[in-house]
Design a protein around this ligand. Structure first.
Ligand SMILES: [Zn+2]
Length: 389
């Protein structure tokens, strides 16, 4: 055994000894727990950066497996996984599971770590099998189920994901899980609607609202079904519900409502509704819709007055561009300055994201019901502010 490896073992022995000491005194020094864990991570990091992977592998093989060292094995496995070296992480965790000395109570935790390695390596079948095995576990069953839902979502297996989510909602009342279940059911409803099975789609959308009555997407699906059935008034009423469910999504409903009223509606009734909605949930989309309908009922000068007044209170780039355009039409001339403002304004807006995830900050110009970055439902919303809503 070379000198470097001796040094390595010595360093780790100190780390392990200290780590074990921490476990023994954990109750007395619980206030320091987080700092202690950070310190263990630092020591491991020192190990990983100063010694070759082969030396670390040899060390893992030679390190005893017992109650006191399992955490160290797991930290090393996790380190490899985080570094993207999933093959090594898999070896560490498989090695642990194969060792007869592994205390049985640690087996579910190690199995979960191994499943995460498989997930990271893209070995989804193997991850799925392990996660299903863990589903009934008291301590790790919930975490396994959440990972399983994520895996099925990745595969667009909405039905299977919904089954797991449903099983979870039976045991606890976490509102987040009911939201997930509602959105998974909406995916099934959309799939059914694509096959033009309106009856089944409607049943699924209502089921989604049963899980979470604030599920905006279910309401928009019901609206779409009613439009297809020719029930335009009911569709309009359905669209209005979005404002009560989550006013952040109002702009999504307003585009659909405007199209509906243009084609089938009664404009007088629309102006009244939009005015009331705008008072309660002011947004640029709503203001522009209101201005458009006021223009149709009372003429352009009244609409321009309204827009100018509201922009003083609640400035917005889209509103300003609309005002420049309307004022130009009204005067029968579009000035060079007006044209320039419009052109530059449109250029600014063209490169701006329209939606942003309230949870992770992911942004883009397209609405994703499931955030592509943090994988949460309904967190990607229309952006508020001068350059947006
Ligand atoms: Zn996100």
């Amino acid at each position: 055994m070379d000198i470097v490896f001796h040094w390595l073992l010595l360093t780790v022995a100190v780390a392990v000894g200290w780590f074990v000491g921490r476990l023994g005194g954990g109750r007395r020094r619980s206030g320091k727990k987080i700092a202690d864990e950070d310190s263990v991570k630092d020591r491991l990091q020192f190990l990983f950066t100063n010694y070759s992977d082969q030396a670390v592998d040899n060390f893992v093989q030679s390190l005893a497996v017992n109650t006191d060292t399992v955490s160290l094995h797991l930290s090393i496995g996790r380190h490899f996984r985080n570094k993207g070296e999933t093959d090594r992480a898999i070896l560490v965790h498989q090695n642990l599971l194969a060792r007869p000395e592994l205390p049985p109570r640690f087996s579910p935790q190690v199995t979960l770590e191994l499943a995460m390695d498989f997930l990271n390596a893209g070995l989804l079948d193997r991850a799925e099998a392990l996660l299903q095995e863990l589903m009934g576990d008291k301590e790790y069953g919930r975490k396994a189920a959440q990972q399983l839902i994520e895996l099925y979502q990745q595969e667009s297996e909405w039905g299977k994901a919904a089954d797991v989510a449903r099983a979870l909602t039976k045991n606890d009342a976490d509102p987040g899980m009911f939201k997930d279940l509602a959105y998974l059911t909406c995916e099934l409803a959309e799939k059914t609607l694509a096959l033009d099975d309106r009856w089944a789609a409607q049943k699924l959308a209502k089921e989604a609202l049963g899980y979470d009555r604030s599920c905006v997407r279910a309401t928009l699906i019901l609206m779409k079904i009613l439009v297809r059935q020719g029930s335009f008034r009911d569709a309009g009423n359905q669209g209005l519900k979005v404002f009560d469910q989550n006013p952040d999504f109002g702009p999504e409903a307003i585009d659909r409502l405007m199209k509906l009223e243009h084609e089938h509606g009664d404009i007088g009734r629309l102006v009244k509704k939009l005015r009331k909605l705008y008072e309660t949930y002011p947004s640029t989309s709503l203001l522009l819709a209101l201005v458009e309908s006021v223009e149709r009922v009372s003429g352009r000068p009244v609409a321009i007055d309204l827009l100018r007044r509201e922009l003083e209170i609640r400035p917005s780039m889209r509103g300003l561009l609309r005002l420049v355009e309307m004022a130009g039409y009204e005067k029968g001339v579009t000035t060079d300055e007006g044209r320039l403002v419009s052109r530059i304004g449109l250029m600014i807006l063209a490169n701006r994201p329209v939606y942003r995830c309230v949870s992770c900050g992911f942004s883009g110009q397209q609405l994703h019901w499931l955030c592509p970055s943090c994988k949460q439902w309904e967190t990607v919303r229309p952006i508020q502010g001068v350059e947006a809503e």
